[in-house]
Design a protein around this ligand. Structure first.
Ligand code: HEC
Length: 119
C-alpha cells in the first residue's frame, strides 16, 4: 500500500520533470512542426544528423550540453565550426521563423533528443 503510493508519487514527479506539462507542452508541440519542416532535412528525424558537419543532438558532449542562450543565438544567427564542411544557416534557412518559434523548436529538440542529458 505505502509502496504503491510512493511509486505513484515518484512516477508523477518524474513525469513532471521529463515533460514539463502545461505551457511547455504547447511549445514542444509547436516546435515539433518547425523541426519537421525546417530542421530535419539536415539534423535528421532522430537528431543524429545525416551529413558530414552536422552534429549529433544525442551526443552527451554535443550541442545540447550548451546553455539555452548559446543555442538560441547560434540558431538565430547560424554557426560554423572551424574546418567544418557545412554551416548551420541562420534560422535553419527559414527567415520567416519568429524568436518564439525558435524557442519552441529548441524546447522540442531538448525534450526529444536531450532528455537523457538533463539533470
Ligand atoms: C542546411 C542544414 C541545416 C539546417 C536546415 C539546420 N541546421 Fe542546425 N546545424 C547545421 C550544422 C552544419 C550545424 C553545425 C554548425 C557548426 O559547425 O557550428 C548545426 C548546428 C545546430 C545547433 C548547435 C548550435 C551550437 O551552438 O552548437 C543547433 C541548436 C541547431 N543546429 C538547430 C537547428 C534548428 C532548430 C534548425 C531548424 C530551425 C536547424 N538547426 C536547421 C545544419 C543545419
Amino acid at each position: 500500500m505505502v509502496r504503491t503510493a510512493m511509486r505513484a508519487v515518484t512516477f508523477a514527479w518524474t513525469g513532471f520533470v521529463a515533460s514539463a506539462p502545461g505551457l511547455a507542452d504547447v511549445a514542444v508541440e509547436q516546435g515539433r512542426a518547425v523541426y519537421d519542416q525546417t530542421c530535419a532535412v539536415c539534423h535528421g528525424p532522430d537528431g543524429a544528423g545525416g551529413m558530414p558537419g552536422v552534429p549529433d543532438f544525442n551526443d552527451p558532449a554535443g550541442p545540447l550540453s550548451k546553455p539555452d542562450a548559446v543555442l538560441l543565438k547560434s540558431t538565430i544567427e547560424g554557426s560554423t565550426s572551424p574546418g567544418s564542411p557545412m554551416a548551420m544557416p541562420p534560422k535553419g534557412g527559414n527567415p520567416a521563423l519568429t524568436e518564439s518559434e525558435i524557442m519552441a523548436v529548441l524546447a522540442y529538440i531538448r525534450s526529444r533528443f536531450g532528455a537523457a542529458q538533463r539533470k
